[in-house]
Structures are given as structure tokens and as C-alpha cells.
Design a protein around this ligand. Structure first.
Ligand code: 5GP
Ligand code: MG
Length: 180
């Protein structure tokens, strides 16, 4: 993996303040539809920043989720995923009988979330809802939609707020577009 930070220009697409406001609204919507003892399954690595903000916003509206992490991989290059999704790191808790909220950074082709949803369904989750910070419409390769969407964006490669380019830029407090 490249240990030299790529020298890209990143333009702000969605500011930290906009994200914070939207996350608060998402938390209200989620708390209205899921029981307070929901289990959150956050898909690593891209969703960790969104998940961290979302669970604190959920606390403010009375939810007390348990939080689990699962890392999924898909073979492919840095900016496009192939269809082949696999488990890199599995959950440590049983999801059978639980109301699960899957949290991911971005819904694009839908392959990652379709794999996660089908897996948790097979393992006996009572209900499964999906929350994503970002969605790119018109790119779907599978029949899946998110129940809670932060922002719908155009088809540009974005970084920040957990999303990476070559594992860099995750620390940016905003969503940005790589321009060069
Ligand atoms: P899907 O399986 O829906 O095609 O892909 C979703 C995954 O692809 C995301 O979890 C994310 O890791 C990656 N991805 C898709 N679009 C972008 C993007 O614009 N920027 C970054 N950094 N990752 C993306
Ligand atoms: Mg991802």
C-alpha cells in the first residue's frame, strides 16, 4: 500500500455543519422506526466516522443500540468494486432475533449492502434496515435501497468523513470531491 499521501485537490461538497444537521435528522427518523435496543452493524472501514456520529445522535433521541462491526471486501481497484463481496472480519455477536440497522458510508452498485443484508437475513435477524451517509443513484446493479439516506450525490468520487482514496483522506471532517 502506498505510504505517501497522494497530492490531490479536494473540493468541499458537503460541509461538516451540513453533515451534522443531517445526521441529527436521520437519528430522529431511525428512532421513530426501530426499537431503542436495535443492533447496529457498521460496515468497515468507510462507515466508522458516520457510525460514531450517528450513535451519539441516536443517544440524544433515546435509543441505546448495541454496535457491531463487519468488514467486507470486494476484489477490484481503488475506485471501482467488482461483484465479488466477501467477509474480511466477521461480527462477534449473534444477530438472530435482533432488529438490525446496517450502516454504510455509500450505496453505489449495491453489491456490498446486498451481501450484508442477505447474510444477516440468513442468520436470522428479525428485521433489517439500512442507513447510508451517501447514495449515488443510477449506479445500482442489484435490487436494494437504503431506508435512511443522508445525501444523494452525483457520480463523482468522494472522500472524507471516513471515505478514502488509497486509505487516505478518511480524517477530513467534510465530504469532498477529488478533482485531480
Ligand atoms: P457498492 O457495493 O454499493 O458498489 O459499493 C459501495 C462501496 O464502494 C462503499 O462502501 C465504498 O467503500 C466504495 N465507494 C463507492 N463509491 C465511492 C466513492 O465515491 N468514494 C469512496 N471513497 N468510496 C466509494
Ligand atoms: Mg465501503
Amino acid at each position: 500500500m502506498n505510504a505517501v499521501k497522494p497530492d490531490n485537490k479536494v473540493e468541499i461538497l458537503i460541509s461538516a455543519a451540513e453533515i451534522a444537521g443531517r445526521v441529527a435528522t436521520l437519528a430522529e427518523n431511525i428512532a421513530a422506526q426501530l426499537p431503542p435496543n436495535m443492533m447496529i452493524v457498521a460496515l468497515l472501514r468507510g462507515s466508522f466516522v458516520f457510525t460514531a456520529d450517528l450513535i451519539r445522535a441516536l443517544h440524544l433521541v433515546g435509543a441505546h443500540p448495541q454496535v457491531e462491526f463487519m468488514a467486507l471486501g470486494s476484489y477490484g481497484n481503488q475506485t471501482a468494486s467488482s461483484g465479488d463481496v466477501h467477509i474480511v472480519r466477521d461480527l462477534t455477536e449473534n444477530v438472530a432475533g435482533r432488529d438490525v440497522l446496517i450502516v454504510d458510508d455509500i450505496l453505489e452498485s449495491g453489491r456490498t449492502l446486498t451481501f450484508a443484508r442477505d447474510l444477516l437475513r440468513k442468520r436470522g435477524a428479525t428485521s433489517i434496515k439500512i442507513a447510508v451517509l451517501l447514495e449515488k443513484p443510477g449506479k445500482r446493479m442489484t435490487d436494494i435501497d437504503a431506508d435512511f439516506v443522508g445525501f444523494t450525490i452525483s457520480d463523482k468520487f468522494v472522500v472524507g468523513f471516513g471515505l478514502d482514496y488509497a486509505n487516505y483522506y478518511r480524517e477530513l471532517p467534510y465530504i469532498g470531491v477529488v478533482t485531480t
